[in-house]
Design a protein around this ligand. Structure first.
Ligand SMILES: *Cc1c(COP(=O)(O)O)cnc(C)c1O
Length: 244
């Protein structure tokens, strides 16, 4: 790098470095408490609003998974990610008409909640000669206006999606409601874990319950204690988001 960084930029990178190691320590502690290995927990950074230079700095520290939640933003940053060292996933609400723009660019789409969306991912993947890994998103808090399938409709969704070529169910994802206490959010995490275990135990063809993606900046340790093996952390790593 020949360009000199401003004091402000240096401070920003220092913060990201300190945050990164703190999160890694907390993951390790939570994993230990849950009698699991740190390596079994996937740390994905939610990178919305974060500039590629900052994201790549985190990748240089050892971060291996990044997730965007808006198609437009992902495309505008796509050429700048260090994808030789990190794996890019899609974690936000996805409209069917935008599937085409990200299939082949992301290794996993975490937010599939309808047969229609899965069908389009299947169709676009087959056109590209690939298979796309997906997680099914569950609206565990039964919130109106929130993405995710209701738990009572999950079996039906799985039964259709697992028969589609070009998509592979790799687990479940959830964004629980905002809660006042850790106890409240843990109830949602527990519910998710039960559903996850229940589906795993059925050993369905073309369904691999490898990932339970839940827990964000404020509750990722609790999520791990409740059984999450993938957490999605944004602001705790990169600082408060500045929307431009
Ligand atoms: C932004 C985002 C996160 C991370 O949120 P923080 O609270 O900043 O950690 C996790 N999951 C999804 C789907 C997101 O959009």
């Amino acid at each position: 790098m020949t360009e000199k960084l401003s004091t402000e930029q240096i401070k920003r990178l220092d913060d990201v470095r300190a945050n990164y190691y703190e999160i890694r320590r907390n993951i390790s502690d939570a994993a230990q408490k849950a009698c699991r290995k740190e390596d079994d927990i996937t740390f994905l950074a939610a990178t919305k609003t974060v500039e590629p230079e900052i994201i790549n700095y985190a990748v240089s520290l050892g971060l291996k998974k990044i997730g965007e939640n808006k198609v437009q933003e992902l495309l505008s940053k796509y050429d700048y990610y260090d994808l030789g060292h990190a794996d890019l996933q899609f974690i936000g609400h996805l409209q069917t008409n935008k599937v085409r723009q990200i299939v082949g660019k992301v290794s996993m789409i975490q937010s599939v909640d309808s047969i229609k969306l899965a069908k389009e991912i299947s169709r676009q993947s087959l056109m590209n000669g690939i298979s796309t890994d997906i997680l099914l998103e569950v609206n565990i808090g039964r919130e109106e206006n929130k993405s995710g399938v209701l738990s009572e409709n999950l079996d039906e969704l799985i039964d259709s999606v697992r028969l589609m070529d070009g998509v592979h169910i790799r687990g479940l994802m959830s964004v629980p409601p905002i809660c006042d206490t850790k106890q409240e959010v843990c109830k949602f995490f527990d519910d998710m874990y039960k559903i996850f275990i229940d589906i795993s135990s059925k050993k369905l063809d073309n369904v691999s319950m490898d990932f339970l993606s839940m827990g964000m900046s404020d509750d990722y340790s609790e999520a791990i204690l409740c059984g999450a093996n993938m957490i999605r952390v944004g602001s705790r790593l990169f600082g408060a988001r500045i929307y431009r």
